[in-house]
Design a protein around this ligand. Structure first.
Ligand code: PLP
Length: 395
């Protein structure tokens, strides 16, 4: 094997890049994978090297061959100038926001943002004197009217990971660029494989590596990729916080990376199968899955995305909480728990009414979010079928 560089791989397909990105067997005695480097201290050979920090690696918080393997690969796959790691997805989000705001700023955030992101804006950023305005994810270029002289960030997530609204990222990014506003995008659902974040206009893009990059519900990790304009400020902020990720988690994420495309494509296939089946159920009023033509935002999804993942929601026809509990409590294959992107199917109830502020959330009945894993879909449908029977019986 001749070791290729990112430049050599430019014309290769994503699947091939996923196999080679970030790997340098010749630097690891020929071993295929970069091993786990554990360490704080890095020794410098001479006084001169120490005082000038003349080394590729200088201290544990600043990276190791293990973390570099992942950040190099992610930068290549995201079409970014560089990537910074954080211990969780939420830490990556707070890092990106703190890179771009200062006291006295105003930021615009889509109303369908991941709820813990919202809590960060409403508490820590508010305390720092940064004001947040939430906006309707569908308003697209009309967000321009909400930009103030002190607006520094537009923070998007596409689609929102509960309600699946899709803001028009290229349209919003174009007007943000014209006004010098930084666009931060939570790209966890699609990953760079299905939505190239920087090509679509994001300055900084977040991936909760906890989800599909892991794929096995066994690690927590966050990644922020940045374009050339923002990488310097992002790196400096990460250094100030000593933001870093543990080497075992990074190693597991690298292992997940090699099969990311396969797992995503399978999640897409299985989730679409179940979503279509759910569309035909009388207990279901609507399926919120952007790849279904019945979903609002389908046209945007078709224009900008090259795939969909295994996470979607349904709005049930009117029924009681007791009926939902009867359905979910008896499920044999679907687990109830937070997070997603793993090999196992999950379901959670959700209700956005208590916290959305820009747009009303008035579903006809209770809402459920599904993560479709790698089980056989016929087994999953049978499990849900029995669940719907319990739901109907409980009223
Ligand atoms: C889970 C999630 C995060 C946060 O990831 P953690 O690693 O759990 O902190 C951020 N954004 C979205 C859309 C998520 O689903």
């Amino acid at each position: 094997m001749i070791e290729t560089t990112e430049k050599d791989r430019k014309n290769l397909k994503t699947r091939t890049k996923l196999v080679y990105a970030g790997r340098h067997p010749s630097e690891q005695h020929g071993f295929v994978n970069t091993p786990i480097y554990r360490g704080s201290t890095v020794l410098f050979p001479t006084f001169h090297d120490l005082v000038t920090r003349n080394a590729e690696f200088t201290y544990g918080t600043q990276g190791s061959p293990t973390t570099k393997a992942l950040t190099d690969a992610w930068t290549e796959l995201s079409g970014a100038a560089g990537t910074i790691l954080a211990p969780t997805g939420l830490a990556a989000i707070t890092l990106a926001l703190l890179t771009a705001v200062k006291a006295g700023d105003h930021i615009l955030v889509t109303d369908s943002i991941y709820r813990p992101s919202r809590i960060f804006c409403d508490t820590i950023l508010a305390r720092m004197g940064v004001e947040t305005t939430y906006f309707d994810p569908w308003i697209s270029h009309k967000v321009e009217h909400l930009i103030r002289p002190n607006t520094s960030v537009i923070f998007l997530e596409t689609p929102g990971s509960q309600s699946f609204e899709l803001p028009d990222v290229p349209a919003i990014a174009a007007l943000a660029r014209a006004k010098g506003v930084c666009v931060i995008l939570d790209n966890t659902w699609a990953t760079p494989l299905f939505f190239p974040p920087h090509e679509r206009g994001a300055d900084m893009a977040i991936e909760a590596g906890t989800k599909y990059l892991s794929g096995h519900s066994d690690l927590l990790l966050g990644l922020v990729s940045a374009n050339a304009e923002w990488l310097g400020r992002l790196s400096a902020t990460a250094d100030a916080f000593a933001m870093c990720a543990g080497p075992e988690d990074v190693f597991l994420a690298l292992r997940g990376l090699r099969t990311l495309e396969l797992r995503l494509r399978e999640a897409q296939r299985q989730a679409l199968d179940i979503a279509r089946w759910l569309e035909g159920r009388r207990e279901v009023a609507a399926v919120l899955h952007p790849a279904l033509p019945s979903c609002p935002g389908h046209a945007l999804w078709k224009r900008d995305f090259s795939g969909s993942s295994g996470l979607f929601s349904v709005l049930l026809a009117p029924c009681s909480q007791r009926a939902v509990a009867a359905m979910l409590d008896g499920l044999e294959l679907f687990g109830m728990g937070f997070s997603w992107g793993g090999f196992e199917s999950l379901v959670i109830p959700f209700d956005c009414r208590s916290y959305r502020t820009a747009t009303p959330w008035n579903p006809p009945g209770p809402a459920l979010r599904f993560n479709i894993g790698l089980e056989d879909v016929e087994d999953l449908k049978a499990d849900l079928d029995r669940g719907f029977e319990r739901l109907r019986k409980a009223g």
